[in-house]
Ligand binder design. Structure first.
Ligand SMILES: [Zn+2]
Length: 111
């Protein structure tokens, strides 16, 4: 995979990201991937703690600061999703067979 020489927008816009995280935590109560409730009192190293996930990963051109590109997930669900698509992660969580690469809902850009 080709490395891009741009700084990580999640780090350079730390306070914006923190604000967005607060909005996501306030707006949602269930994990966008597995559909189960998220206990927002759990702290970060806990696998079931709340995490803000980019629907289109930053590595695929998604905007980590766009409201319509973020969702609430469990830390463990987000880690399992990694750089896969949202649909892939949902299918995984539901125990269904994975979809083919060719039916991914987004184009890969310069990878
Ligand atoms: Zn989950």
């Amino acid at each position: 995979m080709r490395r891009q020489h741009k700084p990580d927008p999640r780090k350079t816009n730390g306070w914006k990201r923190a604000q967005l995280r607060a909005r996501v935590l306030a707006a949602y109560d269930v994990c966008a991937i597995c559909g189960k409730p998220v206990d927002k009192t759990l702290k970060t190293p806990h696998p079931m703690s709340a995490e803000v996930d980019e629907i289109i990963p930053v590595s695929r051109g998604g905007d980590p600061l766009a409201w319509n590109n973020v969702q609430l997930t469990h830390r463990c669900c987000n880690q399992h999703k990694s750089n896969h698509s949202n649909e892939w992660a949902k299918r995984e969580a539901a125990g269904k067979p994975t979809i083919k690469q060719s039916s991914m809902p987004f184009k890969t850009i310069g990878i």
